[in-house]
Design a protein around this ligand. Structure first.
Ligand SMILES: *Cc1c(COP(=O)(O)O)cnc(C)c1O
Ligand code: SF4
Length: 335
């Protein structure tokens, strides 16, 4: 069930929420009733990938708990500085599949467009935390190159907005880009991979629903939620707005040590997703990105956890356990 009784917050635009995200570790500690000295917030880790926590997400963390599963996803700790063999800066070798700026073509029939370099939240385990966004942030002129690439490949039936977080882009830009894609006859589907509606539910506003709701394309939005506590009534209401205009809403998670690597937590996550109108889609093994090794869960343990889900939940609430391997044209199912 969705938790009730969450204190009402002042209504705020998503742009305000984005601008007022917490970037200061002392403020983070104070707002969580934690002693800043207790929080393992490391300047060198923040220098690599800054702290960023939107307030609606912060509001779902437990006060006074330095091991809160939402806090652990955003806290830049000293463990990120460990050098671990096998963990690198471009674990999926995406540069090899980057034919024009802003476009990644590594899956059959689908292309990714990097619609925005920015994210509302900085997730410490992110596989693109070292990605060269500067070289992959097209202006209008360069978008025409990406659009021509799609137009010239009749096999491309689906365009996926990715990032960064694509919903960090303005609705003016996204409406323009979507209109351009709709004019390419072989493209039938549009998909958006985003964490923004989770961390700032106000992102699903009228301006977004206007262009997304009126598109001729079949539309899917894949959220990124790792723990049941990330879903509150505001998130569920945002999902409802999307569903009301015909968008299919799915979720992908990353299996993260100390956050969700537990049978109970994963069952709870699937149940809470369903209550909010979201179907579990993928459960990913962590990509070996430098700075995130301490979140790794072994393949054996992942398979055992997944079997536990199969034993306890209906099939449609069991996400597919997958691993992304560099150079592979699809994700690899495990188990
Ligand atoms: C896996 C993945 C895709 C492609 O997903 P499929 O559902 O396998 O087509 C697109 N974007 C991101 C970020 C992914 O992880
Ligand atoms: S791309 Fe997704 S996982 Fe990575 S920091 Fe942004 S929101 Fe988090």
């Amino acid at each position: 069930m969705i938790p009730q009784g969450i204190p009402a917050r002042q209504p705020c635009t998503w742009q305000d929420e984005l601008a007022s995200a917490i970037r200061d570790p002392v403020e983070l500690a104070v707002r969580l009733d934690l002693d800043p000295a207790v929080l393992d917030c490391t300047p060198d880790a923040m220098a690599q990938f800054p702290l960023r926590v939107p307030r609606p997400y912060l509001a779902r963390m437990r006060r006074g708990d330095a091991a809160d599963p939402l806090l652990l996803q955003v806290l830049p700790t000293a463990r990120e500085l460990d050098q671990v063999p096998g963990y690198g800066s471009d674990p999926l070798r995406e540069h090899a599949a980057n034919p024009v700026p802003g476009l990644i073509h590594k899956y059959h029939g689908r292309v990714l467009l990097l619609a925005s370099p920015a994210c509302a939240i900085h997730c410490r385990y992110c596989f693109r935390r070292h990605f060269d966004y500067a070289a992959n942030t097209p202006g209008r002129q360069q978008w025409h190159q990406a659009l021509a690439y799609i137009r010239n490949d009749p096999s491309i039936a689906e365009v996926i907005y990715s990032g960064g977080d694509p919903l960090a882009a303005s609705d003016t830009m996204l409406a323009w880009l979507t209109g351009q894609i709709e004019a390419i006859p072989q493209v039938r589907r549009l998909r958006i991979h985003t964490r923004l509606p989770v961390v700032i539910p106000a992102r699903i506003d009228q301006a977004l629903l206007h262009w997304l709701g009126s598109s001729r394309l079949g539309r899917t939005l894949v959220l990124h939620i790792n723990h049941a506590n990330e879903i509150d009534r505001e998130v569920a209401a945002a999902v409802q707005r999307l569903r009301d205009c015909g968008v299919t809403v799915l979720n992908q998670s990353v299996l993260l040590a100390g956050i969700n690597d537990c049978g109970e937590r994963l069952v709870e996550l699937s149940e809470r997703l369903f209550s909010a109108g979201i179907l579990p889609y993928y459960l990913h093994l962590l990509d070996p990105v430098a700075g995130a090794a301490h979140f790794a869960v072994t393949r054996e343990r992942a398979i055992a956890l997944h079997q536990g889900l199969l034993a306890r939940l209906p099939g449609y609430l069991v996400p597919r356990l997958v691993q992304e391997l560099q150079g592979h044209p699809h994700k690899l199912p495990l188990g």
